[in-house]
Design a protein around this ligand. Structure first.
Ligand code: HMG
Ligand code: MG
Length: 283
């Protein structure tokens, strides 16, 4: 198994989407540009979602138009439906992400439809992305527990993750949306998912509510996962998951991975400086 780990930066999207205070477009662009300089191979920049649902990211097209792109970094956007996909395509996103849930309660609250209906919305996105050669990432929320439905069975997670893979996602990112996981429940979940989706097609997406995200990443490394979503400065949460805090902080993950002898390709000093800048954006 490889000793190189991809740290997938989602702070500008997953982090900022949760900030109630209006953040200037120029500050969002500055954040993305500074993250590019840290050496990330992928940065999730924004979402093409309804501005009524996530007002903070209503400037998605403006942010995408203003960032400085560096070869070697992919700039990604969240797309819940074809309208979002068209926006991301026009904005020249390098990859798009669809987002499903392992629980019915979260699917309804987050995207206003059932899990089944969400797959019907995602199918045309996959079809439209294919001829363009645009990679589609699949998120799966509430892989441990749901703020509305409680604990989620690992078999249910495996089933929906498998469907995302089968429909054409190049990778499935497993979201512990409310930071409920422990190394033990993370291992139980991964044991079931890996029966359905190979480790090399999985990413871990841990929020920090329980303070166990780093331990959950280490548990995931044991299962062969080598991609982890993180948020600079630990920004964020999810506006439709009450109590969810930010993603595990990029700088903490990079530091821990390097200490474990794994390589991330990231500049740790720059990361620390950008983490400081990210904190000035918080309300
Ligand atoms: P809906 O109300 O069921 O859909 O929302 P609709 O088709 O009836 O549209 C409602 C309005 O939104 C209409 O406008 C549409 O035109 C507009 P109106 O006619 O009322 O003026 N609209 C759009 N506008 C811009 N871009 C679009 C778009 N689509 C419709 N793409 C919808 C359904 C999916 C749109 C809505 O529920 C939504 O936008 N949800 C997004 C919620 C969200 O972004 N949540 C956070 C991201 S997920 C997350 O954080 C979890 C993750 O990090 C993993 C983890 O941690 O677990 C990924
Ligand atoms: Mg998230």
């Amino acid at each position: 198994m490889s000793d190189s780990v991809q740290v997938y930066e989602v702070g500008p999207r997953d982090g900022l989407q949760n900030e109630a205070r209006a953040i200037a477009t120029a500050d969002k662009v500055a954040l993305v540009d500074q993250l590019t300089d840290c050496g990330f191979s992928a940065i999730e920049v924004t979402s093409f979602v309804s501005p009524k649902w996530v007002p903070q990211l209503a400037d998605a097209a403006d942010v995408m138009a203003a960032i400085n792109r560096r070869p070697g970094t992919r700039y990604a956007c969240l797309t819940p439906n074809m309208r979002g996909f068209e926006g991301a395509k026009a904005a020249k996103a390098d990859e798009v992400a669809i987002f499903a849930a392992a629980s019915e309660g979260f699917s309804q609250k987050n995207i206003n439809c059932s899990i089944e209906e969400s797959f019907a919305r995602f199918a045309p996105i996959i079809e439209a992305a294919k001829p363009l050669g645009l990679p589609v990432r699949g998120y799966l929320s509430c892989v441990i527990a749901c703020p509305y439905d409680g604990a989620i069975a690992p078999e249910q997670v495996a089933d929906v993750a498998g469907r995302l893979l089968d429909m054409g996602c190049y990778q499935v990112s497993l979201g512990d949306t409310i930071g409920a996981g422990t190394p033990e429940t993370t291992a139980d979940m991964l044991r079931a998912v890996i029966e359905r989706v190979p480790a090399e097609r999985l990413a871990g997406h841990f929020h920090e509510t329980g303070g166990r995200a780093l331990a959950n990443i280490e548990a995931s490394l044991d299962f062969g996962l080598r991609v982890f979503d993180t948020s600079i400065g630990g920004l964020g949460g999810c506006p439709y998951a009450p109590g969810a805090q930010g993603n595990v902080a990029s700088e903490a993950v990079a530091t821990r991975l390097e200490a474990l002898g794994l390589t991330t390709g990231l500049d740790l000093e720059r990361l620390a400086a950008v983490a400081q800048f990210s904190k000035t954006l918080r309300g």
